[in-house]
Design a binder for this molecule. Sequence first.
Ligand SMILES: Nc1nc2c(ncn2[C@@H]2O[C@H](COP(=O)(O)OP(=O)(O)OP(=O)(O)O)[C@@H](O)[C@H]2O)c(=O)[nH]1
Ligand SMILES: [Zn+2]
Length: 242
Amino acid sequence: MLRLPELIPFARKHGLTIISIEDLIAYRRSAEPTVRREAEVSLPTAFGDFTAYGYRSTVDGVEHVALVHGEVGDGADILVRMHSECLTGDIFASQRCDCGPQLHASMERIKTEGRGIVVYLRGHEGRGIGLLSKLRAYELQERGRDTLDANLELGLPADARDYGAGAQILADLGVRSVRLLTNNPDKSAALVRHGIEVTSREAMPVEAGEHNLRYLRTKRDRMGHDLPWLDGAVTTSACGNQ
Ligand SMILES: Nc1nc2c(ncn2[C@@H]2O[C@H](COP(=O)(O)OP(=O)(O)OP(=O)(O)O)[C@@H](O)[C@H]2O)c(=O)[nH]1
Ligand SMILES: [Zn+2]
């Protein structure tokens, strides 16, 4: 990584222009929107009352949903969960990952706080490689690969997710800055690059068990996820198939 004093000569040499984070945010906010709001309806859930906003990406046609609880108001410091679709975890309660409990914990947390937003990003399934590729990656994990190497062995990126649509949905809802519910620092950085100010990142505690322990360790050790509590939280032994 380049340090600040090295940055300016490096940029000059390569013909790059350096702009501040504030300028980047302003630039992104002025860009043409790539999502269109197509529906808005109340959605009572087991975790509280939300309003569901339906969006369509004008780039790839993918449909996304934002669940809003309470008033966005001035749009500052909104509690936000930017959740990647996971059919197996969110719907089937798969224990290979931590997605379902994280989604529900976010909704509960937002309800308790009185205002907040869950942005549910479709097209993010399997960290962006798609459902069937994720299942094939699970096959490789059964044969000993970890979650990262399994993607690579399929000739696919370790993480192909883009947060542009999520950032635009937040902007459309009047959000200016967020407290982001995530253990993934890359997710905060991606949102900032897309023009959303992240005032803080708030950890998402997840249950570690025998089926997801290796997966969580790989996220911590190889993918930069902030999971300092992980080993202390586990009492069962890992089955080692992920
Ligand atoms: N390719 C692949 N995708 C997975 C696997 N397990 C979960 N996923 C997908 O990973 C996405 C969730 O990403 P995670 O890395 O678990 O978490 P994150 O969203 O980056 O970080 P948090 O905000 O802390 O949850 C969902 O789209 C899941 O479908 C796996 O073993 N392989
Ligand atoms: Zn999952």
